[in-house]
Design a protein. Structure first.
Length: 162
């Protein structure tokens, strides 16, 4: 009986040692990569646990938002439910200062905003590629339009009666 207990104790010690060595060798080893990960949202955090980026589905589309160290959004790459890609750039207060979009019908646009969320300048192309630029006053009202229709000379005019 004592011999069995001694043999059991030796086997237990050997198993314990083998398990310990196995765990030591595998400590810190990343698990095998999964071929597919499915989720509605991914949040990337820094070493302090603060969110620095989010990738997810929202309002029928998808987007990637990059945040600064204060947690404010600074850049967002989005795709609308209708398939229009866009890029928004934010100031340090989280206010959109620039936006770029490509519409599904071929139009493109770049809008620059002031710190009070008012349009200040816009550059766009129509479906036919004809460019236009609009300048806005401090209240966000269009005051100057410069357009160059495709195949025609540049024309310039004031808008809003100015």
């Amino acid at each position: 009986m004592q011999r069995r207990i001694l043999l059991l104790a030796i086997m237990t010690a050997a198993l314990t040692q083998a398990c310990a060595e196995l765990n030591w060798r595998n400590w810190g080893v990343a698990p095998a990569a999964q071929p597919v990960v499915t989720a509605q949202k991914f949040v990337l955090i820094d070493a302090q646990g603060k969110a620095v980026a989010e990738l997810g589905a929202a309002q029928g589309g998808s987007g990637l938002v990059l945040m600064d160290s204060a947690g404010q959004p600074r850049a967002a790459l989005v795709l609308t439910s209708s398939g229009e890609p866009g890029l928004k750039l934010y100031d340090d207060k989280g206010v959109v200062r620039a936006a770029l979009v490509v519409a599904t019908d071929g139009r493109t646009g770049l809008v620059l905003y002031d710190g009070h969320d008012k349009n200040r300048a816009a550059l766009a192309t129509g479906r036919d590629g004809a460019p236009a630029m609009v300048l806005f006053d401090r209240d966000g009202r269009a005051v100057k339009l410069i357009a160059a229709p495709a195949g025609e000379r540049r024309r310039e005019r004031a808008v809003s009666g100015q």
